[in-house]
Design a protein around this ligand. Sequence first.
Ligand SMILES: C[S@@+](CC[C@H](N)C(=O)[O-])C[C@H]1O[C@@H](n2cnc3c(N)ncnc32)[C@H](O)[C@@H]1O
Length: 292
Amino acid sequence: MPGNSNCAVREGSVVESDNVQKYYDNTDTDEFYSRIWGGEDLHLAFYDKPLEEQDIRETSTRAVHWLSRLLFNKGALQPGFLGIDLGAGYGGSARYLSSTYGVQIDCVNISEWQNRRNTEITEAAGLSEFVKVYLGSFTDLPCESNRYDFAWCEEALIHSPDKLKVFQEAHRVLKSGGLFLLTDPLQKEISHEELVPILERAHLVDMGSRDRYRKYASNCGFELLEEIDCPQALIDTYGRVKMELEKQGKQLAKEGLCSIAFQEKMKAGLQRWVDAGQQGKLTWTVFLFQKK
Ligand SMILES: C[S@@+](CC[C@H](N)C(=O)[O-])C[C@H]1O[C@@H](n2cnc3c(N)ncnc32)[C@H](O)[C@@H]1O
């Protein structure tokens, strides 16, 4: 990938950048994700014991381990292989993959705040040689075609108003035979009226579905290797995060890091996601695609 962590977000990405940065690049949200969600990961996970007994950060790391085995089992995580993390957050998954399997990863993220934190943690972990952080949009990847052995996109596609373009870009930058691991919260049978307040929590424009992602992938020239539906992970993760916010919220507000107004809105939003999950209206699905 040319350039460095300062590489610019291109024109076409400005609208997405606005929405996402409005959501992520402010103290309220950043402190919520770094203090409540564990500071390395911003994704869903499998809670197999009573929620309160499980640490969010450890459970998130276990989910990354589980997901990584899907790629590993297909031979895509060999030492020296090069991957791209589309919407990399704080880079927890990239560091895990790199330190566990010896692969190199380019993190692409449109959030400057998260990139800063990703860079700091990656440097502190001594992984800067293997994990690179780039500012950019996954709808317009700042890199050449046929470059990567694998692509990883965890709970990030949901933010894009142009989800097909992200599939096209993932396909473009992968080598022939390269693997694309995608996870995302998805809508099932749900009315527009019910969906709107759910989207509101993270300033989302819409939500994908299993059919839609299968269709996009196939149109771009991907073969579907695996599709694993995990609705309980959605219910448990948002429930556990809400629980943690209730526990730590007062202290965060006291430190001036996360306003009460933000917390109340977030808790109501999280509860809406839990309720919709329990009603079978939302799910979380893991896809593994291969570029033909
Ligand atoms: C829920 S977080 C998931 C982060 C990370 N994948 C993880 O699992 O920890 C969604 C991420 O997508 C990033 N994102 C959203 N829109 C993007 C875009 N157009 N290009 C690149 N990254 C984007 C956000 O900045 C954020 O880092």
